[in-house]
Every structure is written in structure tokens, then in C-alpha cells.
Design a protein around this ligand. Structure first.
Ligand code: MGP
Length: 202
């Protein structure tokens, strides 16, 4: 599906926000960046992250809506591709200094429409600074997989259980999830790639 590759390019993002230029814009608290990782046609021997691309950094409400509407909807993704929205300056990788000691809350989704809704609710909560512990948040990832789609909220200090539990509870409210969700440490995933057990749950 070359469509998706083309749609989530830097050129497409620049075209999407073009209509906001020269008009009044509402500035966000901070800058954010959308990323795209298309692993649907992996190159043999390519290291993880070699297909990860930063697409566009923005800091206004109007730019956000253009980018979201025209490009960053997970239902447009092929299997084995991810969209990310992270704070500007933070890379969506375990190796980034802001993420290195962090972890993630994860929620799975069985329906595409559901993933789109939870993703949008999360994006709006992040740019609207709705989390009390907003300094602790790195960003969010939407992953489309053959088995099950997923959304993960990445945070900074995995060892701080109280902060993570508070963020997890708030996130469940935002995305309207009643089932238990689990927090895993990036360190555990790095050491044991098959590790599926979480450290905290809410
Ligand atoms: P994934 O994309 O987070 O999960 O990581 P996926 O594809 O749903 O698969 P599963 O393992 O949850 O079933 C998949 C694999 O990609 C990991 O096991 C790592 O090998 C690699 N990987 C993922 N991330 C987020 C990173 C990262 O930040 N850094 C590095 N070096 N490898 C990563």
C-alpha cells in the first residue's frame, strides 16, 4: 500500500498545514512531532528503527487538526506500521534519554474505529495538557498489527509507581476503557523481547 507511505511524508504534512499559514493560529503549551514507522516491507537485516521517520513538528491547534484530518489516522495504516506523537525533541525509542528509564501503558483494540477514537482522545488530552504529570509524558504510539492493534502511552520514570498509576488511571478515563491496563518497563522489554508481563496495572 504505497498510498500510506506517500500520505505520511514530510511533503504531504507540509501540504496539509499549508492552509493554516498566514491565518490566526492558537499556540499550544509546547511543541509536538508526528512520526511514522512503516515496517510492512522490512528490508532484510535492517536494524529496528531504520524505517522510523519524523514527519512534522507543530505547535498550533490549527496545524494539529490539518495533520490529524489529512494524515494521522491509524485506520489509514497498513499492518506493521505505527504513528507516533511525541514531545518535540524526544525520539520514540527506548534509546532516547527521556525514554531510557521509562515505560508504557498499553491498551489493545480489536476494531479500527475504536483505535482511531482512542488515539484522537489521547492526542487531544496531550496537546491540551490534561495530565497533571505532563512533564512525565513522552508521547503516544498507535500500532497496527496482524494480531491486534495497540495504543501505548510512553512515560519517563518507570520506577515512580505513584506517578505512573495516576497517569494510567487518568488515561483510562480519557479513552473510556474499563478493562485492566498494564504498564511495562522498557528495560524489561529490552532485556527479554518476549516479556509480556507488566509491572503495574490499573
Ligand atoms: P513493538 O513494535 O513495540 O511491538 O516491538 P510489536 O511489533 O507489537 O511486537 P511484540 O514484540 O510486542 O509482539 C517489537 C520489537 O521491535 C521489539 O521486541 C524490539 O526488538 C524492537 N523495538 C521496539 N521498540 C519500541 C524499540 C526501541 O525503542 N528500540 C529498539 N532498539 N528496539 C525496539
Amino acid at each position: 500500500m504505497a498510498e500510506v507511505e506517500v500520505a505520511a511524508s514530510q511533503e504531504a504534512a507540509a501540504a496539509a498545514v499549508a492552509e493554516t499559514k498566514g491565518k490566526e493560529q492558537h499556540r499550544l503549551e509546547r511543541k509536538w512531532a508526528f512520526w511514522f514507522d512503516n515496517q510492512s516491507k522490512p528490508k532484510q537485516g535492517a536494524a529496528w528503527g531504520s524505517s522510523l521517520r519524523k514527519i512534522y513538528t507543530f505547535d498550533t491547534v490549527e496545524e494539529f487538526w490539518c495533520l490529524y484530518d489529512q494524515i494521522f489516522r491509524p485506520s489509514k495504516l497498513v499492518a506493521n506500521a505505527d504513528f507516533h506523537m511525541f514531545k518535540a525533541g524526544v525520539e520514540p525509542k527506548w534509546e532516547d534519554p527521556e525514554c531510557a528509564n521509562g515505560g508504557k501503558w498499553s491498551v489493545t483494540s480489536t476494531r479500527k474505529a475504536n483505535l482511531d477514537t482512542m488515539w484522537l482522545e489521547t492526542l487531544m488530552a496531550l496537546i491540551g495538557e490534561q495530565f497533571d504529570e505532563s512533564d512525565e509524558i513522552c508521547g503516544v504510539v498507535a500500532s497496527v498489527r496482524q494480531r491486534q492493534d495497540k495504543l501505548a502511552l510512553w512515560t519517563k520514570t518507570a520506577s515512580n509507581e505513584a506517578v505512573q498509576v495516576s497517569i494510567g488511571r487518568k488515561w483510562k478515563e480519557i479513552i473510556d476503557v474499563q478493562d485492566k491496563i498494564v504498564y511495562s518497563f522498557h528495560d524489561d522489554s529490552r532485556r527479554d523481547k518476549s516479556n509480556r508481563s507488566g509491572r503495574y496495572s490499573v
